[in-house]
Design a protein around this ligand. Structure first.
Ligand code: ADP
Ligand code: MG
Length: 381
């Protein structure tokens, strides 16, 4: 692969917050940027040199992107894989359409995990009434997840009985689903790797994640955030999953850790991830810089975490008192706390459950950072 040097233009399909942070990283390194997103007011489109607002499948829009950009990546998991394949006929594209297509479909994703020898939750594929009827009793209670298009807990329903399962599948429109056994989670974690076309791979330290209502709420990264053997196994599993895809780009793999210490893979995202946002303020190289480097064919240096970090997601709920009366969060008070770094995505409308930004808190020791995070949460809550 030829190297795309600063001064060239990097393109991204998708204009959300991940694209915005990719654009920031690319511009810092001297690249021009082009974003394709149907929303004229997208977070990334607003900060990019070029913004093409067409649909992801618009042939003319894709041609304009290929005309502007010397290499193209994606920030949006549900970008149609055929659009990536189409762009790849004209420009280097990473991650590739094949890897993205696997990550977009829970059925194919789980088969890939199994192929790589990484344990996932016991599950059944449900695409037909026969498969629905044949579900094993052990999978209940479980979580029914649509195979495609789910995010932030959307497209999922907990089911305790066969009757509930049947109703949930029909409510989902009888679309392909997986039913997963509901597992007793001790905690959740994720690993972000970056892999170059030559197979070189680097990774960030394992991130410990807390979800609320199916949405990531808090990420903690410090040397003792989980048993060392768990961290080691998670890194090895993430690397084998990336290698198995011959992946090029930044990949996040999410895991469950069970009460008995077992590590179970949950899902992967073929792009930088919300649980890696801490890397912008607490690591010498961020996940977005690594996305730029993998896309441009530049060397990948192993990241070095220089500060302990906690990331708090800022959902639209914080813009309302008691879920109703509008309020502006107390940014000045929060920013008076030591080690706080505010990231807002420039979204104009706050809605419940919508990711508006995040707050990174950095420091030397986890106790101090944790108490600052508690203060910040109390000020915002
Ligand atoms: P999404 O694509 O919306 O992130 P996930 O499959 O990651 O969907 O599920 C969201 C969250 O729901 C997980 O982070 C976890 O907290 C919970 N969850 C999902 N699957 C299971 C399971 N099999 N057992 C227990 N909790 C689960
Ligand atoms: Mg998830």
């Amino acid at each position: 692969m030829s190297v795309v040097l600063p001064g060239a233009t990097l393109g991204v399909l998708g204009g959300g917050q991940l694209g915005r942070m990719f654009v920031h990283a690319a511009q810092t390194m001297g690249y021009f940027t082009a974003v394709l997103d149907p929303d004229a007011d997208s977070p990334a489109g607003r900060v990019s040199h070029h913004h093409i607002h067409t649909d992801y499948t618009d042939v003319d829009g894709l041609a304009r992107l290929a005309g502007l950009a010397d290499a193209v990546t994606t920030e949006f998991e549900n970008v149609p894989a055929p659009s990536l394949a189409h762009l790849a006929t004209a420009r280097p594209v990473s991650p590739g359409a094949d890897a993205v297509a696997i990550a977009q479909d829970r059925i194919r994703e789980k088969s890939h995990f199994v192929r790589c020898g990484v344990e996932c939750a016991p599950y059944a594929v449900i695409e037909t009434d026969e498969q629905l009827a044949a579900v094993a009793d052990e999978l209940l209670p479980g979580i029914l997840k649509t195979a495609r298009l789910g995010y932030d807990g959307k497209g999922q329903r907990r089911v305790a009985t066969r009757a509930e399962l049947q109703a949930a599948w029909h409510d989902a429109g009888d679309v392909p689903c997986v039913l997963e056994q509901l597992l007793p989670l001790d905690f959740e974690c994720s690993v972000i790797v970056a892999r170059g076309e030559d197979g070189q791979m680097v990774n960030f330290p394992v991130q410990r994640n807390l979800h609320r209502d199916g949405i990531l709420a808090v990420t903690e990264v410090h040397p003792h955030n989980m048993p060392e053997s768990t961290a080691r196994r998670a890194v090895a599993a993430a690397r084998s999953i990336a290698d198995g895809l011959a992946y090029v780009g930044v990949l996040c793999v999410e895991f469950f850790v069970l009460g008995d210490g077992r590590l179970v893979v949950n899902e992967m995202a073929p792009r930088p991830h919300n649980s890696g946002h801490w890397t912008v303020d607490a690591s010498d190289v961020s996940q977005f810089e690594l996305q730029v480097r993998t896309l441009a064919g530049l060397p990948l240096n192993p990241p070095r975490q220089h500060s302990v970090a906690i990331m708090l997601n800022l959902l639209g709920d914080l813009w309302f008192v008691d879920g109703e009366t509008p309020q502006e969060p107390r940014w000045a008070d929060v920013l008076a706390l030591p080690g706080t770094h505010l990231h807002l995505y420039g979204k104009t409308e706050a809605r419940r459950g919508r990711k508006m930004g995040h707050l990174n808190i950095t420091g030397d020791g986890i106790e101090t950072v944790r108490s600052t995070a508690d203060f910040a949460a109390a000020l915002l809550g």
